[in-house]
Every structure is written in structure tokens, then in C-alpha cells.
Design a protein around this ligand. Structure first.
Ligand SMILES: [Cu+2]
Length: 233
């Protein structure tokens, strides 16, 4: 009985946190839709609201309208839709491993066999030769690595033609749909709640409940499941 009350309290606290506490995490969910996102290709930065053709960088970098910081989940295939913007230049969207220096990014990195951290790229978006107005690209992330507990995974995205201005990051969490039944539901919330407070070695440790992969199941993990509660993934 005590345990049941504890679980309900935990779930309630997670839901309350979503509304009042973890604005930062909530903001991420508000500007991105995990499993799919659309980026508009502008020289001044992905999703920039500056006029097409502007050569000044957008600000603030990482916001929803300037190289947005995105969130995706390990094992959940995401689909990127890349759209050309009339009046801007031609661009190529590419995913890269974390830590790639933008100054070294080249179109040729993504020509098989890929090199310099390139994972995969689209063809050209734009109106130039060989370009089209819309491209799509899908990816199934395998990080964070099982058993690593060194935080979320990260991959980067670039325009390989203009990598210093058109450059953002995607944070990769474990799937808040813990049981992978394609809905974040009460079972997922309860699974995280049961592992609450645990670290590797604890009797109630459950690695899949450590959504942000920091080696402890705490309010951040619970809140993450609560944020995506009811979502189909
Ligand atoms: Cu570009």
C-alpha cells in the first residue's frame, strides 16, 4: 500500500514538474517533434527567419528559429524534411558524429565511403542543377550506448556547403516509450517510478529507465517520460 502511494506521488510530482519546474526541458519538446522534424535551408542558419539570401548569421544559435537544438530518441527512426527557401542558395543537409569541426566539413565527406564524421546526407535542395525543393532523410540512432551512462548522445547536422553558419545539434535520449509499445503510457511512467532513486548496482536499477543516461534514475527521467506522456513514438 505504501509503495502504491509512493508511486502515485512520484507520478504526480513528475507531471507537476512538467508544468512548473522543468521549463527548459519542456521548451525542447515545444519546438521539436521527436521522430520527425522539418528544417528550412537558409544560408543565415537552419530555420532562420532572416530574409532569404541574408549572409548574416541568425541568432540566438540553438533556438527554434536558428539552427534549432533538436531532441530524438535511441531506436526511434526519425525523419528529417529539408526544404529549400525561394531566394536563398542551394544547400545539402547532412548528419555528422559529435565533435566534428565545422571548419573541416566538406561535401565529399558524405560520398561513400563516408569520412570525417559524416553519417549520411541528402542531395542538394534549391533551384540549381541537380537540386530539388524538398528532400527527406531518415536515421535510427544507436546512441546513447548501452551501459555507458555518460549522458545523452549527440549528433550534429550541417549544410556541407555552408557548414560554419548552417550547423546544429541533435540530443539523443533513451526512448521514453520504455516498453516500446509505441505509446508513452502509464506502464512507462510506472517503470521509471519503480527504478526511482537507483544507480547501477541498486536492487531496483533499470537501465532503460535512465532516459538521459546519466547513471541515475531521478526526477529528470521521470519528467521526461511525463513530458512525452500520451505521445506515439
Ligand atoms: Cu548551405
Amino acid at each position: 500500500m505504501k509503495k502504491a502511494i509512493f508511486l502515485v506521488a512520484l507520478i504526480a510530482s513528475g507531471l507537476v514538474l512538467v508544468h512548473f519546474g522543468l521549463k527548459q526541458v519542456a521548451a525542447v519538446s515545444a519546438t521539436t517533434t521527436p521522430a520527425q522534424f522539418t528544417l528550412f535551408a537558409l544560408f543565415s542558419g537552419w530555420n532562420s527567419t532572416l530574409p532569404p539570401g541574408s549572409v548574416n548569421p541568425c541568432t540566438p544559435n540553438g533556438a527554434g528559429t536558428c539552427n534549432p537544438a533538436l531532441t530524438e530518441f535511441r531506436g526511434v527512426i526519425f525523419f528529417a524534411t529539408i526544404k529549400a527557401v525561394s531566394g536563398d542558395f542551394d544547400h545539402i543537409f547532412a548528419l555528422y558524429r559529435a565533435g566534428t569541426d565545422p571548419n573541416t566539413v566538406l561535401q565529399s565527406d558524405c560520398t561513400p565511403p563516408v569520412s570525417n564524421g559524416c553519417i549520411k546526407a541528402t542531395g542538394c535542395v534549391g533551384t540549381g542543377p541537380g537540386c530539388v525543393l524538398t528532400r527527406t532523410l531518415s536515421y535510427n540512432a544507436t546512441i546513447p550506448v548501452e551501459g555507458s551512462f555518460n549522458g545523452t548522445g549527440t549528433i550534429q547536422y550541417f549544410c556541407t556547403i555552408h557548414p560554419t553558419l548552417m550547423h546544429g545539434s541533435i540530443a539523443l535520449y533513451k526512448d521514453p516509450d520504455v516498453d516500446r509499445n509505441h505509446t508513452v503510457d502509464v506502464v512507462d511512467l510506472a517503470t521509471v517510478a519503480l527504478a526511482y532513486g537507483s544507480t547501477p548496482g541498486s536492487a531496483n536499477w533499470n537501465a532503460v529507465a535512465d532516459i538521459n543516461n546519466d547513471g541515475k534514475v531521478n526526477v529528470l527521467d521521470l519528467a521526461f517520460v511525463a513530458i512525452y506522456y500520451g505521445s506515439s513514438l
